[in-house]
Design a protein around this ligand. Structure first.
Ligand code: C2E
Ligand code: CA
Ligand code: CA
Ligand code: CA
Length: 277
């Protein structure tokens, strides 16, 4: 095998070689994309279950590759994490979200909370909080309107350092949420160690809550547990009214999902949400 030396030849199948080549191309393309401004943030509204009010937005990255067309973040974010370029993507995401927030404020809209996704690799950098602080001061964004979503698994690696960083972010006024809750390795016991505000129940449980009793039971237990810890709960992946009814009955605080809206461009948020907000 040309890449890793002889010993690996046996394990290096053709499809792996294709994958490897494709990944190499993508990594170079990601760097180009940053340089050429090919990324865009879409925003998905988060809704208060009781009042139906929009209470925040989750920023989700989109990339239209000049030749391949749209590439899913589920595909390129893991590659970017492997190569390390996620640090630059992450910085771009936070700056772009803060910048968009300030643009809306300047246009006279009532400020709305924006949540950004941060990967484990970014969170574990010792200069992460410092970088966020710099971006906030550059963009003059009020930190109280910024939320950072961290997946359950990422806080489970280097837990102590992550908690230090999280405390630092909280002191700055930023809110924190645990994303994809229920899919990871952490136990409920860990929850109280984390200085977090919100728990986001993973879509896999929410989407099957009506079909599988076990999922409904898990959703219910997570909501109760989060409330016992003083956390508020966001259910992800709400696609129909029946699920929303179930969430209402279980006193879930907020929801997100196609039922209300897919992630949309900033201009659509402006026209559909902010003008009425
Ligand atoms: P996530 O953070 O769990 O984001 C939720 C995903 O579910 C989004 O997919 C969203 O479009 C989708 N979704 C929302 N509501 C529904 C629904 O009702 N039904 C269904 N089927 N899907 C729904 P998306 O945008 O493709 O993002 C996939 C993942 O990529 C995200 O999962 C997140 O882990 C990652 N990602 C996206 N943007 C960023 C980013 O800016 N930075 C980092 N580090 N990761 C990101
Ligand atoms: Ca998320
Ligand atoms: Ca999620
Ligand atoms: Ca996810």
């Amino acid at each position: 095998c040309k890449l890793n030396g002889r010993n690996h030849t046996l394990f290096f199948s053709e499809t792996m070689e294709e994958d490897y080549n494709e990944n190499l191309i993508l990594d170079a393309d990601i760097r180009k994309a940053l340089h050429n401004n090919e990324f865009e943030l879409y925003y998905q509204p988060q809704i208060n279950v009781i009042t139906g009010e929009v209470i925040g937005l989750e920023a989700l990255i989109r990339w239209v590759h000049p030749k391949k067309g749209p590439v899913s973040p589920a595909k390129f974010i893991p590659l970017a994490e492997e190569s390390g370029v996620i640090t630059q993507i992450g910085e771009w995401v936070i700056r772009e979200a803060c910048h968009q927030h300030q643009t809306w404020v300047k246009q006279g809209y009532r400020p709305i909370r924006i949540a950004v996704n941060v990967s484990a690799i970014e969170l574990q950098r010792t200069d992460f909080a410092e970088k966020v602080k710099k971006i906030l001061s550059e963009t003059k964004m009020d930190p109280h309107f910024l939320e950072i979503e961290i997946t359950e698994n990422s806080v489970m690696q280097n837990t102590e350092e992550c908690i230090l960083t999280m405390n630092c972010l909280r002191r700055m006024g930023i809110s924190l949420s645990i994303d994809d809750f229920g899919t990871g390795y952490s136990s409920f016991g860990y929850l109280k160690q984390f200085p977090i505000n919100y728990l986001k129940i993973d879509q896999s449980f929410v989407r099957s809550a009506l079909k599988e009793q076990s999922s409904a039971a898990i959703v219910k237990a997570m909501i109760q547990l989060a409330h016992n810890f003083g956390l508020r709960v966001v259910a992800e992946g709400v696609e129909d009214e029946d699920v929303l009814t179930l969430l209402k009955a279980e006193h879930c605080d907020f929801y997100q999902g196609y039922y209300y809206s897919k992630p949309v461009k900033a201009i659509d948020i402006e026209n559909r949400i902010l003008k009425a907000y």
